[in-house]
Design a protein around this ligand. Structure first.
Ligand code: F6R
Length: 250
């Protein structure tokens, strides 16, 4: 694991966008795995800025989003599909056919999940996967105790996640109770992974991800087994980490 501790959210966003830019410059038709939530918003803004300055071309880039609430269509303002179009896709020159989102209102979940996995494979696998992390250590919507070999699947969200995500809805009741998510197995097949976290709220989850024995109780600990993981965190999220040889300060 490569761990970068940076001074604040802006620096985290900048560094992450720079790694994505490097990936796209190295391979024009890179396959990116993308996350939603508050954490990557600054990184997406930075990617848009790079595109507008003519530094980045997304015309051959392929994307797969990590997850979607079950029961929300892409027209729903809180759906992750809606979020992605609003925050990133409509501002850059990605081709519509290269954007892959899970359909939250599918009538056939098994089929949806299988097709998503097949499409990832057909595109040569994910080159670079972006992840945020839940307070409970979830990655994607893989909540504690989900087995590490899962593929794209339907999950029940924990009360903790529902409560955490209710900040985007009018109230907790409105938050969907299930989601479709890439599995841990899907995520672990990505060639490279970047995990982002900022703020005090993520301190415990980050400390466990890096220092705790690998356990399904903290899904992100599985990343210790991946060969190409970069964790970029701000000072606040790193406050429980002891400085050692593994840790870079930017
Ligand atoms: C989002 C996702 C989730 C979030 C996590 C953190 O696509 O898969 O794992 O990354 O819940 O959310 P924020 O960034 O809102 O704190």
């Amino acid at each position: 694991m490569r761990i970068m501790i940076v001074k604040n959210y802006n620096e985290m966003s900048y560094q992450a966008a720079q790694l994505i830019a490097d990936q796209i410059i190295y391979k024009k038709n890179s396959v990116l795995g993308l996350a939603t939530g508050s954490t990557p918003i600054g990184m997406y803004k930075e990617l848009i800025r790079k595109f507008q300055k003519g530094e980045l071309d997304f015309s051959q880039v392929v994307t797969f989003n990590l997850d979607e609430y079950y029961g929300l269509s892409i027209e729903h303002p809180q759906s992750y599909g809606f979020f992605m179009w609003n925050i990133l896709f409509r501002h850059i020159n990605l081709k519509r056919e290269n954007v892959h989102l899970l359909n939250g209102v599918t009538k056939n979940i098994d089929n949806e999940c299988r097709q998503y996995e097949d499409l990832i494979q057909k595109n040569g696998g994910i080159d670079l996967q972006i992840l945020g992390i839940g307070d409970n250590g979830h990655i994607g919507f893989n909540e504690p105790d989900i087995s590490f070999d899962t593929q794209t699947h339907l999950v029940n969200l924990t009360t903790k996640t529902i409560r955490a995500n209710s900040r985007f809805f009018n109230n907790t009741q409105e938050v969907p109770k299930q989601a479709i998510t890439m599995g841990i197995g899907t995520i672990m097949r990505a060639k490279k992974i970047i995990l982002l976290a900022n703020g005090k709220r993520k301190t415990k989850a980050i400390e466990r991800t890096i220092n705790s024995p690998i356990t399904t109780k903290v899904p992100a600990t599985v990343l210790q087994l991946h060969k190409e993981v970069t964790i970029i965190i701000d000072k606040a999220a790193s406050s429980l980490l002891a400085s050692d040889g593994n840790i870079f300060f930017n």
